[in-house]
Design a protein around this ligand. Sequence first.
Ligand SMILES: [Zn+2]
Length: 313
Amino acid sequence: MKKDQVAFGIDIGGTNTKIGLFDHDGKLLSYLIHPTSKTLNPEDFIDQLAQECEQILLKEFNIGLGNSRIIGVGVGAPMANYFTGSVDHAPNLGWKDVPLQEFFKKKFKTNAVIENDANLAAVGEKKWGAGKDLTDFILVTLGTGVGTGLILDGKLYRGHQALGGEGGHIIIPNENKRLCSCGGLNHLESYLSAKGIKQTITELTREEWSIEKLGHEFNSGNLKAASIINTIAQDLATGLVSMAVLLGPQAFIIGGGVSKLGDTFNQVILKKFDELVHFSLKGKVKIITANLSSDKGAIYGGAAHIIDEVFSK
Ligand SMILES: [Zn+2]
């Protein structure tokens, strides 16, 4: 890749769409966030994104889409399937059978790949972030939902038909019975999504605390906050233990909004993890915070992914 070349990373979420323009080194040159359109059809929405990206290129470099300095675009979207290039069904976007990769290739006049956002975040951490020196890790994003991206033997692992790596929907034993957004019972996501964590906080305190307040109270030694953190860490560690015995990762990299709780939270998770995990893995798996960005991991990953894709051919 030449030093003056650039790549786009785009993350289409249920609420917002984030756009980043990156250089060859993973430096974020330009960033835009706006609500994901619920009224435009998918093709017109991608057309709108293309026009916005053209404006960024004009402003930054005085070039347009189709210029040879643009390597391509890596796109994250719910239920995006790398192999088929399509989103078969994404209920929170109201999308069905959308040929997303084809739309991006056409409107952006360049190379395009699509993935789910957790997979992208894992690729980003591998290329430019906390997973740079690791060959085997599991990225866990704790945000609106819970996603996992698997880097095994140095590569993203998707499973047959890209149906693997959905660690948010593993079942965790719990005396409560909580319904997951997918309709399943006691999935990791029903405890560790933003909504799940809020529910735990309300159950334990009868109050409504934000994640920020929880972090603040925990760091100032509030006992109630410590008990909440313990409960959440126990739920998460229970899920991580199952993933670890199966895949043997060197580390879990925690991303998403909840990762803002930082290293003290990681230490509590690790303590619970080491208590619960099989003896062969005790003390051998690290828990670290994603270092690209707690809310922009997927756009870094989008750029990293398209650069890897284009230059590995
Ligand atoms: Zn589920």
